[in-house]
Design a protein around this ligand. Structure first.
Ligand code: PAF
Length: 284
């Protein structure tokens, strides 16, 4: 595995790969790799000739009171894991390489970013779109791999690729979970053992909402009520949002109809840790 730290080095590698007629699969990450990332590496190895991963804790997607400085980092461990999972190139730029002094550009994807995660973390998706756009321009991947856990992020990235006629195919892989149902996340490292136990309520709440839907519930407010009731069974939980929406545009109709694809979206605080999760549902 080659480790690259400058944009110039990446450009040379990427152009050599393209000249050799090989395809590139990219997994953009912020590091502190877990099973979810590793499954994306494996998926990229299957889909593309060359697997590129990036590790960059992107400052532009964190709000002023968020955990940018505290975000977990362990480059040595990440490098070993990437190598074990047959990543060919690992791009680890520093913040000045990505955002040199005088950097002025911004990105803004309308509509999709007004709600849920975007509403609660203003500017978050602008930062995500900006860094993903830069990574795509630098690496020029044929495929890029994202986890379904950040569902709204996958919609924003797909919209950006479509609207800006980018030549990268977005592939979304299912969320990887612990046996308890807790979705893998770098932020799980903030949780104590007791909080980890409490955090399983996210999965449990979505399962109960799914049961209600399987039993014929179609009313959005009733489904949301099931989610809220289950989540509140954990003392001290703080709910940012717990809702079901249409999967394609995150709009929130009063009722769902057969064949509609919906997504349950959750963001809650367990102690001081904010966790997100989602479930895709197709109404019968
Ligand atoms: O999902 C993440 O880890 C980040 O939002 C991403 C896509 C790597 C952009 O910084």
């Amino acid at each position: 595995m080659k480790i690259l730290t400058t944009i110039d080095e990446v450009r040379v590698a990427s152009s050599d790969i393209s000249k050799a007629g090989k395809t590139i699969g990219l997994i953009p990450t912020m590091g502190y790799l877990h099973e979810g990332h590793l499954s994306l590496f494996d998926n990229a190895n299957e889909h593309s000739d060359i697997t590129f991963a990036s590790i960059f804790v992107n400052p532009t997607q964190f709000g002023p009171n968020e955990d940018y400085n505290k975000y977990p980092r362990d480059i040595d461990r990440d490098t070993e894991l990437a190598e074990e999972h047959n990543v060919d190139y690992l791009f680890i730029p520093d913040a000045l390489e990505m955002y040199p002094i005088g950097f002025c550009a911004t990105m803004y994807i309308r509509n999709l970013t007004d709600k849920f995660e975007g509403q609660l973390r203003p500017g978050h998706f602008d930062g995500v779109a900006l860094v993903v756009c830069k990574l795509f321009n630098i690496i020029r991947p044929d495929y890029a791999f994202f986890g379904q856990k950040d569902y709204q992020q996958t919609l924003v990235v797909k919209q950006m690729v479509k609207d800006l006629n980018m030549d990268t195919k977005i592939i979304v892989s299912p969320t990887i979970r612990l046996d308890s149902g807790l979705a893998m996340s770098s932020r799980n490292t903030y949780l104590s053992d007791e909080e980890k136990e409490n955090a399983t309520v996210l999965y449990y709440a979505m399962e109960r909402a799914k049961d209600a839907i399987d039993n014929g519930e179609r009313n959005r407010k009733e489904i949301n009520a099931v989610l809220h009731k289950q989540l509140r069974s954990v003392q001290g939980i703080r709910i940012d949002y717990a809702s079901i929406a249409l999967a394609n545009d995150l709009s929130e109709p009063d009722y769902f109809y057969p064949n509609e694809q919906a997504v349950i979206l959750l963001a809650v605080y367990i102690g001081k840790t904010r966790l997100i999760d989602n479930f895709l549902i197709t109404f019968q």
